[in-house]
Ligand binder design. Structure first.
Ligand code: PLP
Length: 375
């Protein structure tokens, strides 16, 4: 059996090695290491794929969120609603800008932002909502946009985990996750579904004014060299990374299919097990399985993780401490009651999922998970 990894980037690379090597060498030969053709080309290909007007490339997914928030000109005391059950980047950038993150709960089945919880958290100071399409499935964007538009609140979708995911509206229209809110952001961190070979990120919007503003912010607050109209940052997508992403993007849908095949294998193996809850599916979104995450009932999670590790199976806890319990936010001194988040935090475990898992590996993983849970 081939060794099992959480993500097998090496095998995936070898499938595209000739094209990727060629694209990287072309950048080296051109010596145009900042900006240039590959960036414009990849951005336009991605805009096409997502069917969105503007793609603004930047250095990573955290910067993408920060630049999006900076474009809203928020003031200290303003509030941004985000789920507590997410990677820290989503909420960290809010606090970094001296804005108050307001944590809400998630849905028990989809792990995405719970809309009723958002409703209760809205105040006159709420200026933005940042839903996270956690593990690869979109939050209920239609309901969220109705709510946000009624209160004149900007929505920034953190789409770092769900690039390529389709969301279906009640009238049958389909849009890509990340293009439904006013702004969407993503990450090309190597382990993400569309991963570069280093850091990378992008921002999406259909709004011309916001796009212009975010481009300026990402470029030292300047649209004309050495003339700076606003305080910005230096956040660029690396040219070599853009060249690699340009090769990988046409394969994203295959990658999503491969991840779904692995997920279907897991689903079948664990179906109906009293102690193992397989990932619930949204009625409105497909799943791109950035993570395959089980909820364990009455199972010693650390014990399971150790048992899997003894059998050469990695497994991860995404995430062991939710935002509302992170020391980082202690200064905000807000008490939260987020029962679903606290419930999930102690029970979730993510199994290996990527584009290169074969049935022998999947059978090895499910056999050992079941062996431990059946004890
Ligand atoms: C990965 C990730 C980010 C941050 O992306 P980086 O490129 O690592 O900065 C933000 N939000 C979520 C939900 C993520 O999974």
């Amino acid at each position: 059996m081939r060794p099992i990894q959480m993500v097998d980037l090496k095998t995936q690379y070898h499938r595209l090695k000739p094209q990727i090597d060629k694209a990287v060498i072309e950048v080296l030969e051109s010596a145009a290491f900042i900006g240039g053709q590959p960036i414009a080309e990849f951005s336009s290909k991605l805009a096409n794929y997502l069917n969105v007007k503007h793609v603004i490339p930047c250095a990573n997914g955290t910067d993408a969120l920060q630049i999006a928030l900076m474009a809203l000109d928020l003031q200290p005391g303003d509030e941004v609603i985000t789920p507590s059950f997410t990677f820290i980047a989503t909420t960290e950038v809010v606090a970094l800008l001296k804005i108050k993150p307001v944590f809400v709960d998630v849905d028990r089945d989809t792990f995405c932002m719970d809309i009723d919880s958002v409703k209760k958290a809205i105040t006159p100071r709420t200026k933005a909502i940042v839903p996270v399409h956690l593990y690869g499935q979109a939050a209920d964007m239609e309901a969220l946009m109705e709510l946000a538009n009624a209160h004149n609140i900007t929505v920034i979708e953190d789409n770092a985990q769900a690039i390529g995911c389709d969301y279906t509206f009640n009238d049958g229209r389909v849009k890509k996750a990340g293009t439904i809110g006013h702004i969407g952001t993503t990450s090309f961190f190597p382990s993400k579904n569309l991963g570069a070979y280093g850091d990378g990120g992008a921002i999406f919007t259909d709004n011309d004014a916001l796009a212009n503003k975010m481009r300026i912010i990402a470029s030292h607050g300047s649209s004309k060299r050495y003339y700076h109209e606003t305080v910005g940052v230096n956040s660029r997508l690396d040219t070599i990374q853009a060249a690699i992403l340009g090769i990988k993007l046409p394969h994203l849908d295959e990658y999503i299919d491969a991840r779904n095949k692995a997920a279907a294998f897991y689903d079948k193996a664990f179906a109906g097990h009293p102690k193992i809850k397989t990932p619930g599916r949204s009625k409105k979104s497909n799943h791109v399985f950035h993570q395959y995450t089980l909820v364990l009932e009455d199972v010693d999670r650390n014990g399971l993780q150790a048992y899997l590790s003894e059998n050469q199976i990695p497994a991860m806890i995404y995430y062991p401490v939710p935002g509302h319990r992170q020391e980082m936010f202690a200064a905000f001194k807000t008490e939260y009651d987020l029962p679903v988040t606290d419930y999930l935090t102690t029970r979730v475990i993510s199994l290996p999922i990527h584009t290169e898992l074969d049935e022998e590996q999947l059978a090895h993983i499910t056999k050992h998970v079941l062996e431990f849970c059946n004890r």
